[in-house]
Structure formats: C-alpha cells, structure tokens
Design a protein around this ligand. Structure first.
Ligand code: HEM
Length: 97
C-alpha cells in the first residue's frame, strides 16, 4: 500500500529487528495524537477565522481559491493534491500561527 497517513505509518512502522508496536502502544500513540491535535487545531482555526473576519478582501480571495480548487462538491474528503494547490489558504494559515 502507498498510503502515507499517520495511522498507516504507525501500524506498519518497525524497528531494526522488524518488530511492530504492540496493541497497547498503538492505542497510547493514538491517544497522544488526539490530545496533541485537538485544541491546537481548533484554536489555530479560530485565530485564522478571526483574522479573516478582519480582512474581508482576503476572505473573499481565500473563498475564491477554495471554489476554484475544490469545486461545488464540498461533501467529500479533499485530496493531497488539492490541499497543495490551496496556496493562498496555506499562506493565511501560516501567517496566523
Ligand atoms: C495547528 C495545529 C497544531 C499546532 C499549532 C501544533 C503545535 C505543536 C508544537 C508547537 C509542537 C512542539 C512542542 C514542543 O516540542 O515543544 C507539537 C508537537 C507535537 N504535535 Fe502538534 N500541533 C498541531 C497539530 C497536531 C496534530 C493534528 C497532531 C496529531 C496528529 C499533533 C501531534 C503532535 C505530537 C505527537 C507532537 C510531539 C512530537 C514529538 O514527539 O516531538 N499536533 N505540536
């Protein structure tokens, strides 16, 4: 498989002797991801949206980029290629951090 998401990487990772993480270690790692990724992501999103609310011109451009790259069907998972193509959106998120 060519999947590169963190769960696939975690379940396929092995040390030099070829041993994988145990079930308990996997569960502990996932708990760490949830803890580390929840507030950080929601607070980053909150600040980004606040910044955009203060810059309607930029908000309009970000919206435009999204419709251009993602099209009308928003009820689906976006691809890595689409994520990479969201240049302005990425720049706004990075400036906010
Ligand atoms: C915008 C969202 C996020 C921000 C701002 C953020 C910020 C950070 C920062 C600053 C550190 C370094 C802490 C230090 O070494 O002093 C860190 C580490 C870490 N983050 Fe995030 N994070 C975010 C999202 C996530 C997500 C979604 C995950 C889980 C998938 C995650 C998992 C981790 C883990 C596991 C570490 C420790 C890495 C290590 O072992 O050194 N983070 N994060």
């Amino acid at each position: 498989s060519t999947r590169r998401d963190i769960l696939t990487m975690l379940t396929t990772a092995c040390d030099t002797e070829g041993s994988h993480l145990s079930k308990k270690e996997l569960i502990d790692q996932v708990f760490g991801f949830l803890l580390a990724g929840f507030d950080t992501t929601s607070i980053a999103l909150t600040w980004t949206l606040l910044q955009l609310s203060e810059r309607p011109d930029l908000q309009q451009k970000v919206r435009g980029e999204m419709s251009l790259v993602l099209g009308d069907d928003i009820n689906r998972t976006i691809t890595h290629e689409e994520l990479d193509a969201l240049k302005l959106t990425t720049a706004v998120i990075k400036e906010t951090q």
